[in-house]
Design a protein around this ligand. Sequence first.
Ligand SMILES: [Zn+2]
Length: 492
Amino acid sequence: MVLPYDPADGDTFWKAIKSIKGYPKNNPDRLIRHMLFESDALFKLPRLLGRLGASPAQPLLVVTDSTPMRRGRERLKPLVLVVLEKAGWNPEPLVLEPYTGEHVRTDMEQIGTVEARLQEKAVVLSLGSGTVTDIVKQACYNFEKKTGHRPTYAAYPTANSMGAYTSNVATVYLRGVKRSLPSRLPDALVYDLETLRDAPYTMTVAGTGDMLACFISFPDWLIAHRLGFDPSYSEFQQVLMGPIEKVFVDHADQIREGTLEGVALQARFMAAAGVGVSLLNASTPLSGYEHIISHLIDQQAEFSNRPPSSHGTQVVLATLLVSIAYRCFLDNFKPSEVDLEHCYPSADTMKRRIDSAFAAMDPSGEAAAECWDEYRIKLDAWHANRRAFERFFNDWPEIRSRIEQYLRPPRWIARVLTNLGSPLSFDELEPPVTEDQVRFAFLNAPLIRRRVTLGDLLIFLDWNREALWDHVWHESKAVVEAARCQRDQRRN
Ligand SMILES: [Zn+2]
């Protein structure tokens, strides 16, 4: 399949995206110097480092974690080191280990571990999926901020699990809360198709989920913009990504079967999506209410020492829930029935709400304090943007019809997930997430970040969110049941 804007096309891609309406100014001509999406790209890795101007005389740090990975019959990580050694490099492996619990998470300790190993003229290769890549890119970013030396950085994604390989935003734990921080991009990315194909399918399908979140993040971004919060809104990201259905519906079989064509298509699509986020300098276009719900589910796991579930899959299950909430909102929101005076809760009220919401999760009060630091900024802006809210009311018919264009029916989302072989409910995640945990996240997610989404509007409108949750949860069960029945009928 031909993508409307294909990062595998090199120069042609970078030139073409400049002509998209809304292309953000003040960006370099080419944000990432090289992106390779090829069969056996692994063996071109040394040559690619050379094209970045690096030479085997320089120290090369290869950062990975301890997860065993395979590529065909071979063990991937030793193979990468051998390929580099044969080309004259002397790669120094750095294997990240968890500080607490059983999994490596993106936090300041891990970032500091990598940063401490960097030096002037360092060349760095991240060999892993989302967490390892985010840790390395943030370490390189911090090192450059402190020393003025910019490490040459190449990323080798080991799974098609998320879109952030090409994003200059990293998701990092601060005081137990997940935050999006400004970061940097790799100078080059090596998408070796055999490596991506041989990753566990749960990771591939999570990558599709991370992208399908756009059916919520796009309308959320529009809402934030029309409420006066985000002047950067444009349709640039939507145009850049093109028709997402064509990728994940028309090519679902190829993706599920792990053909090299399917693997390459997904990698190229996600890379383009990440480039958009980097050019816009914000994760907002691809991360709305659904992502914040997922972050709060992760935070609950973190505080009870459980590993997080697969990011993208958790996100797309939240997407399904929020699509039901949106449907309900669009069907029932009547601006004429709203008393504007009641839409402005005081700082005291909201601070108390945050303190009590997070007290059980983190009795130390740190998480609540971190949330309040961010939330108060949003609340202040909400009070200050009152005129925008009045305009929002007046423009509602037009805003509503644009939201309708972005949304997809919950049944359609469930069918797409079924075709891709994705888990359909939170109890199918590994580890499973309980209804209580999802409910807590659905109700409290807006309190953890300054980003504005449908979730905030529901709070400010004093919507009956408990009743909404009951509806959303039960409706999601019905939708999923119907999708499962259809799948079983097709199989028989
Ligand atoms: Zn994501």
